[in-house]
Design a protein around this ligand. Structure first.
Ligand SMILES: [Fe+2]
Ligand SMILES: [Fe+2]
Length: 219
């Protein structure tokens, strides 16, 4: 899969590394970049130029998570979940050591997005428990894109939700998990977001564990 707007060798190499670790994570990362770009054109045009690449790297820190945890089939223990949660700070650390853009503003957008994409509007997220407008806009945008994509994709533990179910869930969590303004923008961009999923290269089933021939989850 070619990564849109990611022409530099370094970015391609980082994403290719993720691909060999986990093909599903690569496809997810690319979609998040595309959705971030759509939302940023409305919400933060000054960063729209960089956010697609930054969004496509949001889970880059997962390359440091052991496979037996990252790809575990079944519920995570509290300790395993603590390990998974380190991926956002690890990702920022990678981008600090390997700046991907040739200007500091763009690098700062990328580091902020990667570090803070699991913060929550009400301050209960991680890694820093940042709250409200202390969370950089790039990370608020990525949080909505990330949650939506996770909901409409296969996961080891669930089938994909419909678009309507996923949007209902975003609206339910608006003001607690997500900034209301970002959720509203997402809904207003529905047509463009849908085009991301109609791209024939997009395969939201990539994280699907081995299903039986009728498409049923193994029991
Ligand atoms: Fe993440
Ligand atoms: Fe993600």
């Amino acid at each position: 899969m070619r990564i849109p707007n990611a022409s530099s060798g370094l970015i391609q190499a980082l994403l290719r590394t993720v691909h060999f670790k986990d093909a599903a994570t690569l496809a997810h990362n690319v979609r998040i970049g595309q959705i971030c770009s759509i939302l940023a054109k409305q919400l933060a045009p000054d960063i729209a130029e960089y956010i697609e690449t930054a969004g496509s790297l949001h889970d880059i820190g997962k390359i440091a998570i052991p496979d037996h945890i990252l790809c575990k089939y079944g519920p995570l223990t509290d300790d395993e979940f603590r390990v998974i949660k380190t991926h956002s700070a690890i990702g920022e650390n990678i981008l600090e050591r390997c700046p991907i853009f040739d200007n500091e503003k763009a690098n700062s957008v990328a580091r902020n997005l990667v570090r803070h994409h699991h913060e929550r509007w009400d301050g209960t997220g991680y890694p820093d428990g940042k709250k409200g407008e202390y969370i950089p806009m790039e990370a608020r945008i990525a949080a909505v894109a990330d949650a939506y994509d996770a909901m409409v994709s296969w996961r080891i533990y669930k089938r994909p939700y419909t678009h309507e179910h996923a949007v209902d869930s975003l609206q339910n969590d608006s003001g607690t998990h997500f900034q209301d303004e970002v959720v509203k923008s997402f809904i207003s961009c529905k047509g463009e977001v849908m085009r991301v999923y109609s791209d024939p290269r997009v395969d939201t089933s990539a994280v699907c564990p081995a299903l039986d021939s009728d498409g049923n989850m193994p029991t």
